[in-house]
Design a protein around this ligand. Structure first.
Ligand SMILES: *Cc1c(COP(=O)(O)O)cnc(C)c1O
Length: 392
């Protein structure tokens, strides 16, 4: 499909050009383990690992390939592989480029399970991780070592929403021959185009806005042509693949992603504006808000925002926090995000960070603003704060 179309059109059209054997607008769900080869020549090529050929269910089928194709085109990537989960996309990419004796620079605001993978798995294979302040920008140069192979970004961080100076970091990485891997789940392929800014490997959790309905777990790794071989190697050898039913559902989610995101964005800003005026709130962490410290970077790199942001609130005792959160009608406590429903989680950043300074008692409420009416959502929060006050 042509580049002349806007994102809103492309999420509807992409990935639908294949011959699915029936003129349906959606691909069928192929459930595949075995792929049979038409002849010995094809078998020999398959054995040789030619990745374009269907050889085994793990490596694709028309259901998965059409989704991967659409997700590649949305980002101007050469190729996309689908993985079991967003986390598997991260771990597979890190394993593709890192080995014994290598050094990794990891952003301190990274998604928690990524941190655990570095500290509990990569370290066992002799890979050393240094965490860096997300606002470091060109200062990252000081942390580079001769063996630094990968710099990992997540901008904004999905808990505290610091924006990173992507261009400054990618240029320093490339001068030193390092690869930049970015987790772009927050901005989605619609609001940030990773390969326009020097990112080498683009990762998303499809679990979030792409699927959009809180009913599946999937990830993806997208690459330009020059980085395909190491990603293909690791992806095939590790054995992380999506399943066809989830790929079908994710493609179905993709068709409405552009309109959903617009509503998430608008409603989240409305809720954030309201929260800003509350006594309980110290500050809003949301790069699309004009007074956010990351706003200029957000404007430079991104064309929109999603429904996920946070509010730092004044420290309260646990029972008062429970009085608020236990009684929420619409904002249920739950991880994940990017589905139709609103969610809220409390956390203390100090317990999750090593390279940035947060006070021990700093308390954050992370909100996912879903597709409910924003007025109803605000009323839910207002009632929650009233319960909190009463219990304090
Ligand atoms: C949810 C999430 C992931 C992991 O995705 P799963 O599909 O749940 O494994 C990775 N990165 C970010 C920023 C996320 O929010």
């Amino acid at each position: 499909m042509t580049q002349k179309h806007k994102n809103e059109t492309r999420v509807v059209t992409l990935g639908r050009e294949g011959d699915f054997g029936f003129p349906s607008v959606n691909p069928p769900v192929y459930r595949t383990s075995t792929v049979v080869f038409p002849d010995l020549e094809a078998f020999d090529k398959g054995e040789a690992g030619t990745w374009e050929l269907p050889t085994y269910g793990r490596f694709g089928n028309p259901t998965k390939d059409s989704l991967a194709q659409a997700l590649s085109e949305l980002q101007d990537a050469y190729h996309t592989v689908l993985t079991t989960s967003g986390l598997a996309a991260i771990t597979t990419s890190l394993m593709a480029f890192l080995g014994q004796g290598d050094h990794l620079l990891m952003v301190d605001s990274v998604y928690g399970p990524t941190r655990k993978f570095c500290n509990m798995e990569l370290n066992r294979f002799g890979v050393e991780t240094t965490y860096y302040d997300p606002t470091i920008g060109a200062g990252i140069k000081e942390l580079m070592q001769p063996n630094t192979k990968v710099i990992f970004l997540e901008s904004p961080g999905s808990m505290t929403f610091e924006m990173q100076d992507i261009e400054a970091i990618t240029s320093i990485a490339h001068e030193a021959g390092a690869i930049v891997i970015a987790d772009n789940t927050w901005a989605t392929p619609l609001y940030f185009k990773p390969f326009d800014w020097g990112i080498d490997i683009s990762i998303h959790s499809c679990t979030k806005y792409i699927a959009g309905h809180s009913d599946l777990i999937m990830g993806m790794i997208s690459v330009p042509e020059k980085h395909l071989p190491p990603i293909m190697r690791a992806w095939k050898n590790i054995g992380t693949c999506s399943n066809s039913d989830d790929a079908y559902l994710a493609a179905r989610g993709l068709r409405t992603m552009a309109v959903r995101l617009k509503q998430h964005e608008r409603a989240a800003i409305e809720v954030a504006e309201w929260l800003k005026g509350r006594d309980e709130v110290i500050r809003i962490l949301h790069p699309a808000m004009p007074d956010d410290p990351g706003h200029a970077l957000w404007k430079k790199y991104m064309t929109g925002a999603c429904g996920l942001f946070a509010a730092q609130i004044k420290p309260v005792a646990r029972p008062a926090l429970a009085a608020m959160l236990d009684g929420m009608e619409l904002f249920k406590m739950g991880f994940s995000w990017g589905g139709f429903e609103s969610l809220i989680v409390p956390f203390k950043p100090a317990s999750l960070r090593t390279a940035t300074s947060w006070e021990k008692d700093d308390l954050i409420l992370r909100l996912h603003v879903g597709l409910e009416d924003p007025g109803d959502l605000i009323a839910d929060l207002e009632a929650g704060f009233a319960r909190m006050k009463k219990a304090a």
